[in-house]
Ligand binder design. Sequence first.
Ligand SMILES: [Fe+2]
Ligand SMILES: [Fe+2]
Length: 273
Amino acid sequence: MSSFVASSSKLCRFRASSPASTIGSRHPRSVARALSSHAYSPTPSPSQTRAGPSTATSTSTSTATATATAISSPSDIEAVTTTPNFTDAEKELVDSIIRVDQAGELGANWIYRGQKWAMDLKGDKVTSKQVEEMWENERHHLTTLAHLQTQHRARPTLLYPLWQAMAFGLGASTGLMGKEAAMACTEAVETVIGEHYDDQLRAIEPLLSPKDGSTPHPSIPLMANILREFRDDELEHLDTAVEEGAQKAPGHSLLSAVIGFGCKAAIKVCEKV
Ligand SMILES: [Fe+2]
Ligand SMILES: [Fe+2]
């Protein structure tokens, strides 16, 4: 089997042994664990929902961060409004991470949109529902990345429309090929993204533990927690794809290699553009 399959299997095993992945095996885990990303868009409690829409529907960063402070967050780190004191290199690193991840989450949303369109067209309601569940995670990821991008004033990718079109095309075409091909697409994408989130976590380690012994700005450990959370979500999608027959797709090795290469190329482009 291809090295890609070995890689995705390794990621599956990694997730299985990860401390963050001990709560169940499918989507309920995402609900049960504390979500650092809710520091930006907290899930309102029933009483807060009854209080009116003002706390749940704001989109500006200042309002969102103030809301995060006002509402008890499941995370032990809250979003803040102060400015980190980054060097130019640190700022460039953080901007690059946010730009790539925002573009990646945009792509994931449009891949799932394309797959759901194809599944609905084919009348495959079961797979359509599975795709919808994973898409729901991606919506949350994209919303959180938008808050991060605004808070850190990171420049978004200039190629937004291109990624949208390419991702929808990828999702729709693999969806039209069949359920297994759609799942192979998800397996390939999530393998690359899971590894990439790990690379980013390694890259920001120096910001989490400054050499001078100073305390990192709260936005950095919060960002690290969000990267871990999203990595685990992506690896959960990877698990789902494998369980649902990704590796039975016709031409699986070739499909995986091509999609994986495309994802890595897109990451490289987004780091700069
Ligand atoms: Fe995602
Ligand atoms: Fe995902």
